[in-house]
Write a protein that binds this ligand. Sequence first.
Ligand code: SF4
Length: 414
Amino acid sequence: MAATAPISAVARTILANARILRAGPSVNWFLLRYMGKFNVLQRGGRLIVHSHLPPLNSKAYSRFIDEHLLAESPGPSHAQIGITDACPQNCGYCYNRGREGVLMDTPTILAVIRELKSMGVFWIGLTGGEPLLNRDIVRIVEEIGEDCSAKLFTTGSNLTQRLAADLKQAGLFYVTVSLDHMEETKHDQIRGRRGAFRTARRALEIFRALGGMHVSVSSVLSGDMLRTERVEEFLAYLQRLEVDEAWLSEAKPSTQACWKLENVITESERQDLIRLQDRWNKKGGLTVNYLGHFEDRRHFGCTAGQKMVFIDPFGEVSPCVFIPMTFGNVREGSLRTIYGGMRSRFPAQDHCFVNTNYMHFRDHDGRKLPFGREESLSILNEVRFGPLPQFFRLQNGRSGTRRRQQDRQQTGDR
Ligand code: SF4
């Protein structure tokens, strides 16, 4: 497990980023309170709040400050790319189910990465299918480069010590291995493959043994694992495995088989997980990062299609991995243009889009997913977006004040 960063290292990093103060007192106070909920860890010379944000002393974090906090870039900050659809496992909740077409080749994936970065993306999740089954994964990681955080989401299949070392050498720092349960048979059952648990455990050992990487476990909580005492048990188990972070999320109603109320987390279960996360992080050691906390209305909310974008293995552009809608294919138009059209229809909002709108999917012909552009637009006509989450309210307030000051200045100048 990574050590807690010394106060002096955190202080030096804060001073090096002092320009963040220009984002205004309310945004800074928000960030301080948000980040204060996590222990800052030190691993391989990097300071980490959690793996959904770049290390505090990285070029990627500087881009977050300069391009998003200060320049208020309208582009996305986070992207996920499906670099293959092949996967030896078969999870019931898989968001890739039904997606099909012609796979993106490596030059297309590299071009997508370059375009995403030019649009402001500073965090890229490599997913699939199983991303390690893409034979060019090392080249893909290299392309992401130092000024953008890469995070690998893997089942561990196909990992060798050599491949892990090559990925590290190429610049990979954040890795997360899927583990949904602490009981071998249960995990294998959820993943639809015998041996999945052992594969995951072995991958964790390989990455940990390499040293200098931030190693987390990604868990999709469903069924009995949504009970607080089960999650507590699971986190204690992960602590014994000495991983750096537990990245928790719940199963989402992304595909036909899951478009049912009983598959959607309740608000009280969600709040229980947020409290549990906060309790664990106060203890120190293992970082607990529940996505429902990041995406809560008091924090960053749902930024699907606004700050988050997903390019699936076939080049379809969706607002988030869990939303089965496409707004175009990267081979048929510029990613910037497709994203621009999508973004104008997806304001940041205070609740998870897919959890609250999956019922609209049922009324449309969802035999083939994702829904095409026209069908997606028609679904959006039935959707009511909620108010802005706290972070964007504060940022908008700041921009509003700045605009009013500029207006007053211009009026005074006349
Ligand atoms: S729809 Fe929004 S809140 Fe839900 S998982 Fe996607 S980005 Fe997160």
